[in-house]
Design a protein around this ligand. Structure first.
Ligand SMILES: C[S@@+](CC[C@H](N)C(=O)[O-])C[C@H]1O[C@@H](n2cnc3c(N)ncnc32)[C@H](O)[C@@H]1O
Length: 202
């Protein structure tokens, strides 16, 4: 069994970024939810950014304090090769073992938390998130819904209802919004996602 970095580096070596199930030409839901809570000078981090179009879209929309984290150095190299407006910080790390060097105003995760299969993985992820977010910061989390796929990129996932996501964040967070999304893969199948937007209140 390969480690997470080896697994994902291989995926990003053999696959074109536009030929993976999670590809979006425009990350509309993420952009709208981020715009609903963030100012342009807020520190925003995309967890498991991969080669997503989110960071380039935010950079060209005028967000000035962007960070991208991924376990795959290969993915971040490809993301970095975009002609990004402004400075973006890149962190090659496994989110379960990362020590954030700063706090963030917005934590965005699309299709990464659902890979945290064991209780220990989820606890480690949430401990990192809590360390990275001060009171008043926002979390935007999108995961496969309870009726979504059982696997992503050949790996098993945990599926979440909106209520599961609320419980996962726990009492420190006030939920501001939630929604369902149907993601259309490049080959036309539909994947149901659930999204939650929450504010750290305690
Ligand atoms: C399904 S892709 C989603 C990519 C991107 N968020 C998007 O929506 O296009 C999952 C991403 O999470 C990254 N990833 C998986 N496990 C991780 C971990 N433990 N720590 C950090 N990144 C991880 C993978 O390398 C991959 O880029």
């Amino acid at each position: 069994m390969s480690t997470a970095d080896e697994y994902w580096d291989t995926i990003y070596t053999i696959k074109d970024p536009t030929d993976v199930s999670w590809y979006q030409q425009s990350p509309r839901t993420s952009l709208r939810l981020i715009e609903s809570v963030a100012r342009s000078d807020d520190a925003i981090i995309d967890i498991g950014a991969g080669v997503s179009t989110l960071i380039p879209s935010l950079a060209s929309s005028g967000y000035t304090q962007l960070s991208a984290l991924d376990v795959s150095a290969r993915a971040l190299d490809q993301l970095r090769s975009n002609d990004l407006a402004g400075d973006v910080r890149f962190f090659t790390a496994d989110i379960r073992r990362w020590e954030p060097p700063q706090q963030f105003d917005v934590w965005h995760d699309r299709a990464v938390f659902h890979f945290m299969l064991e209780t220990a993985d989820r606890e480690a992820y949430l401990a990192t998130m809590n360390a990275a977010l001060a009171l008043g910061a926002h979390v935007i989390l999108g995961a496969f819904a309870e009726d979504g796929p059982q696997e992503c990129s050949g790996l098993p996932v945990v599926r979440y209802s909106i209520s599961d996501l609320t419980q996962t964040l726990g009492p420190r967070y006030d939920v501001l919004a939630s929604e369902q999304e149907q993601h259309h893969t490049p080959w036309g199948s539909v994947q149901n996602f659930n999204w939650i937007v929450a504010r750290r209140a305690r």
